[in-house]
Design a protein around this ligand. Structure first.
Ligand code: ATP
Length: 290
């Protein structure tokens, strides 16, 4: 794993922003870093980039702290907030200044402008740019050094639905090239379809991590039957009683439930597979914080 966070802890005075947080970001994957507002996502990313010092713990990229990397911007690209642009510079000028600083050249500035859609507003002063345009410009800046690792804090903030859809595909393509991407959001739906893995934090602590497909948990079978009680008494798995004639059965497939009902001569009026949504799983994990 090229990105590892171990026991990271940071308090601002009496506020515990991040507490004993550990996770890894798999190479060639998009990992969603999720949590409600104030959960500690930005603080974690700032520590990963050496912008603030942790009270304890480590964040390493290729086994080194960000500040110890030989050429940080060629290894890690970051989007933190859509500010930090000189207000009178045009978008392209901004990219050229950063390209020069990193010794990447003007051609690379033009190339990342095209990749990110910045070319459509390349000649506008950054002070006139919308939030979504600033996000694209930040992303373009982060890509200048062709980094293998990308740390993106709420990059879909301010993007319109078309922009969000574009970002999803863009991140997937970057991961397919073998890059390692950590992307934060407080809205699961924005990255749920994009992320291979998720790291969910709440009040600075890890609450869940794993493949996105596993986060939503197992499906259940919903049945409506005039003999629901009788059906329930024949099951060897847990079933929630949702109403006088409705059950939610866990741990069986629809075929197994239908076969069990038929074996006992029980009529079924309705039988459906209930897949828990990722959104629901996320809301359950973060409790009332959202
Ligand atoms: N410089 C600071 N001084 C004091 N408290 C801070 C500072 N930075 C962050 N905090 C606090 O640390 C906690 C975590 O904040 P952080 O910005 O990391 O959360 P977040 O998950 O990024 O939230 P959001 O989704 O709203 O961006 C919050 O309680 C916040 O108020």
């Amino acid at each position: 794993m090229s990105v590892e966070v171990r026991g990271l802890t940071k308090a601002f005075g009496p506020v515990s922003a991040v507490t004993d947080l550990s996770f890894e970001v798999g190479d060639g994957t998009v990992t969603g870093f999720l949590g409600p507002n104030g959960a500690g996502k930005t603080t974690t990313m700032r520590m990963m980039l050496g912008l603030i010092a942790p009270n304890s713990g480590t964040a390493t990229i290729d086994g080194r702290r960000y500040a110890d990397l030989p050429r940080p911007s060629a290894t890690v690209g970051a989007v933190l907030d859509g500010s930090g642009f000189h207000p009178d510079h045009t978008a392209l000028h901004h990219l050229r200044v950063y390209a020069r600083m990193g010794r990447y050249g003007n051609a690379r500035a033009t190339q990342v402008a095209e990749l990110t859609g910045v070319s459509s507003f390349a000649d506008r002063a950054t002070r006139t740019l919308s939030t979504g345009m600033r996000q694209r410009l930040s992303l373009a800046t982060a890509l200048l050094g062709d980094p293998r690792v990308l740390l993106l804090d709420e990059p879909s903030n301010g993007l319109d639905p078309e922009g969000i859809a574009w970002l999803r595909t863009f991140l997937r393509d970057l991961a397919a090239e073998g890059r390692t991407i950590l992307v934060s959001s407080h809205v699961l739906s924005e990255i749920g379809q994009t992320a291979d893995h998720v790291v969910v934090i709440r009040q600075g602590r890890l609450v869940a991590t794993g493949p996105t497909s596993e986060l939503s948990g197992a499906a259940a079978v919903l049945v409506r039957s005039p003999q629901a009680d009788q059906l329930r008494s024949h099951l060897r798995v847990p079933a929630d009683v949702l109403g006088p004639d409705t059950l939610r059965i866990h741990g069986m497939t629809t075929a197994e439930v239908a076969t069990a009902a038929a074996a006992h001569g029980i009529a079924l009026y309705e039988i459906t597979l209930e897949r828990p949504t990722l959104e629901q799983a996320f809301l359950n994990l973060i409790g009332d914080d959202q």
